[in-house]
Design a protein around this ligand. Structure first.
Ligand code: URA
Length: 218
């Protein structure tokens, strides 16, 4: 099976297989209707979550199999928690739940402050023991990185260490990766695609448009 590649320090790109490129071709197509967008975006989200799980540390576990045979297996070290950046990040919660039964999920709402045009924290709801968990930070588009950086700040203020955080997104802009890692180099970014650039409205190019609108509205 093709393996995800660390294309830069702490930037992990899903293997660009024909299957994955086929999935992106559907969700990037502006003619794709909402039900198909949701179905194929969900498939990519599932791959991102699986890769996030691949990145978690494990310890060796010797398993006793039938007839007393031994299997040298692995056991996850520690618990995880999803944290979605509302609204678009919520689209990734089900993919996480599909892989991790009864996983805890926290939420952070960050919106643009109309006066300053800067991201502003409006709401956070996180499990009390979040500092003891590995965090899957969920936001489908890493554009400028402003919201994700603010979300990481909230997590750090709760005692989470940056090495515990894995930021899962479907598409990333080079500008966003650079800004994010200049502040939080130890957070692992796990992405399905790295696009060319941002346009003047801070949309990813070629991108797929507004992810939240396409997933929830249009
Ligand atoms: N958010 C989106 O939904 N799309 C972009 O291209 C950038 C940010």
């Amino acid at each position: 099976m093709a393996e995800a590649k660390e294309v830069d320090k702490n930037v992990i790109l899903l293997p660009q297989t024909n299957q994955l490129i086929g999935l992106y071709s559907i969700i990037r197509d502006q003619r794709t209707k909402r039900s198909d967008f949701v179905f194929y975006a969900d498939r990519i989200i599932r791959l991102l979550v699986e890769e996030g799980l691949n990145q978690l540390p494990v310890e060796e576990a010797i398993i006793k199999c039938h007839g007393g045979h031994e299997y040298k297996g692995a056991k996850f070290l520690g618990k995880i928690c999803g944290v979605s950046i509302v609204r678009a990040g919520e689209s990734m919660e089900m993919g996480l739940r599909d892989c991790c039964r009864s996983v805890r999920i926290g939420k952070i709402l960050i919106q643009r402050d109309e006066e300053t045009a800067l991201p502003k924290l409006f709401y956070e709801k996180l499990p009390d023991d979040i500092r003891d968990r590995y965090i899957f930070l969920l936001d489908p588009m890493l554009a400028t990185g402003g919201s994700a950086m603010m979300a990481v700040e909230v997590l750090l203020s709760r005692g989470v260490k940056s090495e515990q955080i894995f930021f899962l997104n479907l598409l990333a802009a080079p500008e966003g990766i650079k800004a994010f890692h200049s502040k939080y180099p130890d957070v692992k970014i796990i992405t399905g695609g790295i696009d060319e650039r941002l346009d003047e409205d801070k949309y990813i190019v070629p991108g797929l448009g507004d992810f939240g609108d396409r997933y929830y509205c249009i």
